[in-house]
Design a binder for this molecule. Structure first.
Ligand code: ADP
Ligand code: MG
Length: 297
């Protein structure tokens, strides 16, 4: 006999599908999400479903964990300061291989096998992102309170975004898959935090949503304890949370990206566990949700 409860889910999804049709979603895939092919393929199904119901999707990916792993195998030392990787010459070589080579191809292929027309890109294709080398920065270590001058190496900051190519691709039904490398006018290549790129694109394209898919269930009041997940935050509540010091490591660049985006526009941000089957669908198409939603007001 047919289980009618399962069909109720489709009814619940209807107003969301209607609301999101034709809207732009920027989906950022974190390092762990793209690392295991079973996780990636499962998530690709959820993204393909979003594409199929008419949401215009841009995928941005990082891949820090995989850079760390290959660096270890090659004997290249890694240093991460407050969630941001210091990129020396050898690490940039690895970043190019992992970001533009391995992960970009694998993400695009996972969507391609589900019939989604993808286009793999770096941040400088179509002059999408203009970046400049980050100047050495004075950083205060929150644990020791000591100030340090940090040279991030081949790390870039975004100077400007030109969403023309993306708009063109979206208009024709393509799903752009973007890795987190960009360049300056001289062709120097920089590593840029993928959360930052995703947020800048979301702002530039006036996206409906920025979805940060990571390896935790959302923003947690107590890091490491999933029962303390905050399901909905206003910008003011989010600022308070950040000031309370409860966000650390990789959540810090996300917090910067979220603050910058919410201050500028009307995009809603979600932090979702990309490694948990159906978490994306649950967050988008059910009343209940699965992660953390942060709204601009
Ligand atoms: P990604 O590859 O998805 O960007 P990161 O490791 O850079 O992943 O960032 C996510 C990590 O942030 C989580 O695995 C978690 O350890 C850390 N984190 C720090 N503080 C918090 C918090 N309050 N809530 C959730 N995660 C947090
Ligand atoms: Mg990260």
């Amino acid at each position: 006999m047919m289980n009618h409860d399962r069909l109720e889910l489709l009814r619940e999804a209807l107003p969301y599908i209607q609301k999101f049709k034709g809207k732009i979603f920027v989906i950022k895939l974190g390092g762990t999400v793209t690392e295991h092919s079973a996780t990636l393929h499962s998530l690709a199904e959820e993204i393909a479903l979003c594409h199929q119901v008419g949401i215009r999707i841009i995928v941005v990916h990082g891949g820090g964990h995989q850079v760390t792993r290959l660096a270890r195998r090659l004997g290249v030392q890694q240093k991460i300061v407050l969630g941001r990787r210091i990129t020396d010459d050898e690490t940039l070589e690895i970043a190019k291989m992992i970001f533009a080579g391995k992960i970009n191809t694998e993400v695009a292929a996972a969507l391609h096998r589900l019939g989604v027309p993808t286009v793999g890109l770096t941040g400088f294709d179509g002059q999408l992102i203009r970046a400049r080398r980050r100047h050495p920065q004075r950083i205060v270590d929150p644990e020791t309170g000591r100030e340090e001058l940090i040279d991030y190496g081949h790390v870039g900051d975004i100077e400007s975004v030109n969403g023309q190519l993306l708009a063109l691709l979206l208009e024709h039904g393509y799903v752009p898959v973007l890795c987190c490398l960009a360049a300056d006018a001289q062709g120097n290549i920089f590593n840029i935090n993928a959360d930052t790129i995703a947020a800048e694109l979301a702002a530039n394209l006036d996206a409906e949503k920025l979805l940060l898919l990571t390896d935790v269930d959302g923003i947690l009041l107590e890091k490491g304890d999933p029962t303390t997940r905050l399901s909905r935050l206003t910008l003011a509540q989010f600022k308070e949370l950040l000031a309370s010091g409860r966000l650390a490591e990789g959540m810090l660049p996300k917090a910067d990206a979220i603050l910058g985006l919410l201050a500028r526009g009307r995009t809603t941000v979600h932090v979702i566990n990309g490694c948990r089957r159906n978490a994306l669908l649950q967050e988008l198409f059910t009343d209940e949700g699965s992660g953390t939603m942060i709204i601009p007001t």
